[in-house]
Design a binder for this molecule. Structure first.
Ligand code: GAR
Length: 208
């Protein structure tokens, strides 16, 4: 059984998608054992508590820099015996002390089709604002492994979503969540727990 530790910072709708998938028996061989938030007031914490999942707060504000914060998160992940770490709307950058401790065992959901609209500064609603500014007609979401490059690790799953006339960043964000993120994140977690993802030459392959 893989211990899944979910990192959050906000509303936690992706965490909810994982909890629902677990309840529906879609995540065989894995269980969400802990939710760690970088913000004490994240609503995601309530979602975890409502479902009997252990929560921890490691507030970014309590640490002077990325290095000391990363070590605190890494130590908590080791304490929780994490077999898979999922960034689900986790808005804080962690350095190599974490990625080196969990190589190809951390995944992130990003609200665009990487390598478009990703990297430093592209998070949350900002991604959708930039998509609308550029006028692309297709956007979507990506689940990828986390490595030392921001949004640069091997891509696991992607799903495209149409951009429509009259979209606002908020409307587009909701469509990308509903039609892509909440589907591909639980699917990627399930595949990982079943041992169906292999990495060759920095490319993630899904086994049949
Ligand atoms: C989601 O759209 C997620 O993809 C995005 O923030 C939102 C969090 O929503 N993450 C990033 O932008 C990370 N670069 P949630 O808290 O409701 O899951």
């Amino acid at each position: 059984m893989v211990n899944i530790v979910v990192l959050v910072s906000g509303g936690g709708t992706n965490l909810q998608a994982l909890i629902d998938a677990q309840k529906n028996g879609l995540i065989e061989n894995g269980a969400i054992t802990c939710v760690i938030s970088s913000k004490p007031d994240a609503y995601a914490l309530e979602r975890a508590k409502n479902n009997g999942i252990k929560t921890r707060v490691i507030s970014r504000k309590d640490y002077a820099d990325t290095a000391s914060y990363s070590i605190a998160v890494r130590d908590a992940l080791i304490e929780e015996n994490a077999g898979l770490v999922v960034y689900a709307g986790f808005m804080t950058i962690l350095d190599e002390s974490v990625t080196n401790a969990f190589p190809n065992k951390m995944m992130n959901v990003h609200p665009a089709l990487i390598p478009s609209f990703c990297g430093k500064g592209f998070y949350g609603l900002k991604v959708h604002e930039e998509v609308l500014k550029r006028g692309v007609k297709l956007t979507g979401a990506t689940v990828h492994f986390v490595n030392e490059v921001c949004d640069g690790g091997p891509i696991i799953l992607q799903k495209a979503v149409e951009v429509k006339n009259g979209d606002t960043p908020e409307i587009l964000q909701k469509r990308v969540m509903e039609q892509a993120e909440w589907i591909i994140l639980p699917t990627a977690v399930s595949l990982f727990c079943k041992g169906k993802i292999v990495i060759e030459d920095n490319i993630a392959k899904i086994l049949e």
